[in-house]
Structures are given as C-alpha cells and as structure tokens.
Design a protein. Structure first.
Length: 352
C-alpha cells in the first residue's frame, strides 16, 4: 500500500482544491467522503463549503492569516545583513538579528523573508584562489593573445582528469518528503577514504583528438615523458603541421627534464598563466563528461570496469562529436576553440 503523502504544516488550500471540494459537495458527497477524496480534514471541507454557501466565494479574505513579526523596514535590514555575509545560514542570521534588535525570530521566518525579497540559498560557484600576481599574469596573457584568430586552430590543448567510481561532488540530489531522511532509498553510501577512480590524459586539436591514456598511480616527470609524451603526445603533435602544445603548470609538466625533452623534440609550447583552467576548452570537456557519467544509471563495480566500459568510450565519442561540431555553421557560436580568442580577454579582465 503506498504511503500517504505528508503535508507541510499549515499548508493552504489551492484554488483548484477549493473548487474541487465545492464540486464534490454539489454532487451529493458527504463531508467525510469529500475529505477522503482531496486528502484533507473534514473540518477543512466544512469551512470551505460554509464559506461558499454563506458568502458565495472560495478565496481567502485579504489580510487573513498570521501577521508578520517584522515590518518592511525590518525586512530591508535583514536583507542587508544577508548581503553583508552571503554564506551566513538562516540560524546564524537569526542569532545576529536577536543580538541587533532584541527580538527573537526563528530560522524559518528568516528564510521566508529572504525568499520574499528574492534571496534564495544556492550552491556557490567554486574557483581557484588567485593572488595579485596570478591576476596580473592572466590579464597580461589575455592581452598578448587577444588578436589571435586562425592561430588557435594550431593549438593542441592537453590535460589530465580523474573520474570517480562513485559521484559525490554535489551534483546528486534526493527528492523526499519530510521524515524520509533515513529511508534506505534516500541514502547514498560513500567511503570515508579516497574514492576509487581512474586518471586519464587526453588532448584535443581543431579537427582531431588524441588517444585517451590511462594513468595508474601518481604521475611524476619521468612517467610523464615515458608514458604520455613519447608514445602519444609527440607523435600526435608531429602529425599536425605547425602545432603548438598547451599544458598547465603542474609540477610534472614544468620539471627541468620535461623542458629539456621538449627542446630536444622541437615542440613549440604555448605559455600558460598559472591557475587558469577556465581558459582551456578541454577542462570544459572533462566537466561535460563528468556530468554525463553522473547521469549514467548503470552501476560500476570497479575502476577497471569504469575505464573499459564508460570513460574510454564516452570520452572518445564526445571528443569526436566535438570535432564534428567545429564544422557546423549552426553551432559556430558554441565552438569553444573558435571563441577562445574572444574569451581570454574577458577572463583576464574579470579575474584581474
């Protein structure tokens, strides 16, 4: 037998429910039968019917219900408090309000007032902390490359990314009623240690993409040369005339032995400012792939299965689709490589 839906406390009748009650009563049903149909108390049905027979209306009287404890001026003061500290919870705001005014106000009232004023609690946008030098170098790099046009077609963007076996990165939500928090179907299990997963390396060019390489364990400079650059990255670059290689400033990428290897192989590198993953299109590729994996309902038992059945096929498929999109005039505006030269200055100014 399905569980009966638990209604929120003091939940008001909708206009549809009021009209339904009137219609069922006019059809000859008793108060108890109507209450069973609309899942309301018999006393509620009686009040709606009495209001209809006495006043010929079903709407609530204006000004009915409990009055607000706060005035319009108090609400403006509350909004200023919330905007001063954007991360303050409703309980913290209630405590600050009690100290400032001497009037007690519950956290639920705080939330209602802020919602009425358009302030809703949302997940914040996370970014890497930037120093003054980081901002200056980002803006300098953006100004140097603001006039690039066809040059971006020769840039090969590369990066590593890690895909978890279980996804607990804030994207999963559970829809439940009040009191169902501890139901087994509303609980997501996770381990306290590091989540198992796979690390991959890939590169994208304007019309091509590299093979996806799996990296097992920690990646150092020697392994980066032996397992990534020699077997895949350098041959891929040599197949593209005039290719420019982009990589971030991770320690395995900027080690002295790696720089010497690039010089010996005559690989042209694109200077890259530190802490700038938002300016690389491949970072957005990883993000889209992570979201697609999170939506995949098929369970995965091990990291090997995640690599063999999911990540490899999905990444290669998406990189191939991304290559096709570049030739479509209808999607030209959404082309990350095509629009990168127009975005770098915007990113630099925004973060500067």
């Amino acid at each position: 037998m399905p569980r009966r839906r638990k209604r929120a406390r003091f939940e008001q009748l909708t206009e549809f429910e009021r009209g339904r009650i009137i219609g069922l009563r006019e059809a000859g049903l008793s108060y108890r039968a109507v209450a069973s149909r609309v899942q309301r108390n018999s006393s509620t049905v009686m009040r709606v019917w009495k209001q209809w027979t006495d006043e010929c209306r079903t709407t609530r009287k204006s000004g009915s219900g409990p009055r607000n404890v706060t005035s319009a001026r108090d609400d403006r003061h509350l909004v200023r408090m919330a905007r001063t500290d954007r991360t303050a919870s409703s309980r913290q705001l209630a405590a600050l309000w009690s100290i400032a005014t001497g009037v007690s106000l519950c956290a639920s009232s705080i939330r209602r007032r802020l919602l009425q004023c358009g302030l809703r609690a949302r997940t914040p946008l996370y970014r890497i902390p930037l120093t003054h030098d980081h901002r200056r170098l980002r803006l300098q790099w953006a100004n140097q490359h603001r006039d690039w046009r066809a040059d971006w077609q020769h840039v090969v963007f590369s990066d590593e990314s890690r895909f978890n076996l279980w996804y607990h990165d804030g994207r999963i939500r559970v829809r439940r009623y009040a009191g169902e928090r501890h139901l087994p179907e509303c609980i997501i299990e996770r381990h306290s240690g590091r989540t198992p997963g796979v690390m991959v390396w890939g590169a994208i060019a304007y019309h091509r993409r590299s093979q996806l390489l799996r990296i097992v364990g920690n990646l150092n400079s020697n392994r980066y040369i032996r397992e990534v650059l020699q077997p895949e990255a350098v041959p891929f670059l040599q197949s593209l005339p005039g290719a420019v290689f982009q990589q971030d400033n991770a320690r395995p990428h900027t080690a002295r032995i790696v720089k010497s290897f690039f010089a010996a192989q005559q690989v042209q590198l694109l200077p890259w400012p530190a802490c700038s993953p938002d300016m690389s299109p491949i970072e957005h590729v990883w993000d889209v792939i992570g979201r697609r994996l999170a939506r995949d309902p098929r369970p995965v038992a091990s990291a090997d299965e995640l690599w063999g059945l999911k990540v490899y096929r999905m990444v290669i498929k998406y990189l191939y689709e991304l290559t096709i999109v570049r030739t479509s005039k209808q999607r030209k505006a959404n082309n990350p490589l095509q629009n990168l030269q127009d975005k770098v200055l915007e990113y630099g100014i925004e973060m500067g």
